[in-house]
Each structure stands twice: as C-alpha cells, then as structure tokens.
Design a protein around this ligand. Sequence first.
Ligand SMILES: C[S@@+](CC[C@H](N)C(=O)[O-])C[C@H]1O[C@@H](n2cnc3c(N)ncnc32)[C@H](O)[C@@H]1O
Length: 238
Amino acid sequence: MYPHFPVIQNSFWTSASVNSRNSLKFIMDDDDAPQLSAHTLAALQEFYTEQNKQEQTLIEAQQGNIKELEISEDWQLSQFWYNETTATRLAEEALRAVGEQGACLSSPTAYKKLREIKPDSVSLKCLEYDTRFQVYGDDFLLYDYKEPLKFPKDWKNWFDLVIADPPFLSEECLCKTAVSIKYLAKDKIILCTGAVMTDLADKLLGLKPCVFQPQHTNNLQNEFRCYTNYDSQLFNKS
Ligand SMILES: C[S@@+](CC[C@H](N)C(=O)[O-])C[C@H]1O[C@@H](n2cnc3c(N)ncnc32)[C@H](O)[C@@H]1O
C-alpha cells in the first residue's frame, strides 16, 4: 500500500502516530476502568504538542509568513518530500520549461520551491490532496487522483507545464493521474515516480526517463526516476 516506504523510519510523526495507534496499552485498574500507560500518555502528549505547533505554523503562514512554512511528511498520505537539491533542480528545470502557467500535481515541494524562484509573470497551481496546503490560497486546488477530471472546465489544456508525482506505485494510480495530466497539459510534462513505472509512463504519456534522479529527505527503498515528454538539457547533464 505504501510502496515508497523509506528505509529510515525516524520521523516524529511516524513514531508518535504508530505509538498512538499500535502501541496503545491499557492498564486495568481496580475498577476495571481502562487507563493509558504512562509511556503511552507521554507519547500522546508529545504528539498533540507537535500537532499544536504545526497548526500554529499553518496559521502564521496564512497570515503571511509562508516562505518559512515547513509541512511535515504524513506517511499515511504517501508523502515523501524531495530533498533541497532535488526541489531546486526540479524548480530550475520547471522555470526553463514553463511559459506562463504551471501546475504541480501531488508535488507540493516542487510547487513551494518554484513559487520561491519564479518571476511574477508565471502563474502556478498546487493541486494536492492534503488540505494543509490550503495555506497557498487561490493557488491550491483539492486534488484526488481517484477523481481525475474534477477540474474547472477552463483548465483543459491550459498549463504549459505539468509536474506530477503520484502517491502510489500502482497501475491504477498512474493511469488515473495520466488522465488528469492529459486534461491539464498543453505542452510539457515532468513526472517523478518509481522506475518500475517506466514502461507505463511511456505508454500512457510518451514520457522518457532522464539522467537526473530525484532524491528525498528520507531514503526510499524504491529506485526513483524523473521522466519528461521533451528533451531537458538540465535533467540530462551527466
Ligand atoms: C510521493 S508524494 C510526492 C511528493 C513530492 N515528492 C514532493 O516532495 O512534493 C505523493 C503526493 O501525493 C499526495 N496524495 C496523497 N493521496 C493522494 C490522492 N488520493 N490523490 C492525489 N494526491 C494524493 C500526497 O499528499 C503527496 O503530496
């Protein structure tokens, strides 16, 4: 179900949520009333403290401090963020490829970096399932790959660049994401996904693998690749 699952599993969010879901130990007292163990209570407390901190950061971001916004990975949503080098390389390539309109599909880190470096003449959309990214205001659109054509009608073939990084390494997920990409894209496409999807990416969208290999803040077990439907000099520099 979570094909991108990283080798390193040391994020607070994972340990806290796993603790709170899987390690909930109940101690029965004399009255048979269930109570949480001290260890579990401490883990829950830590979890809620971190959650409050995140919510506060989102509120501050909505009030304008958006550049500093860090949204933690939620592995339940198959979220594995690019590392800084990869986000920068993707954004630089996107800037070369884009004309006036770009869309980042399930790739909020690419959106964030591109937003930082783009000129005002470029408009961007962040299409995401995770509503925490609503902090990006009008740029945000709730996107669920299971409803691949749920877009405003005037977005048909509107974006001269679409970047996508679907959440799952499954045929179903890539096929539906490809339906969205075909609807949105006018011209160029950048897809980041597992190497196992190479043949399907070519069949569905005519995408070819690049030399550049995206990397993540946590190492993933799966070999990861970047695909384009055009010749990218930046991605093919060895
Ligand atoms: C493998 S991650 C790609 C993120 C990318 N590496 C980045 O750093 O921006 C998959 C993305 O798909 C999003 N996602 C999860 N469930 C989704 C769904 N049902 N439909 C569309 N996107 C979804 C996640 O929130 C996450 O941003």
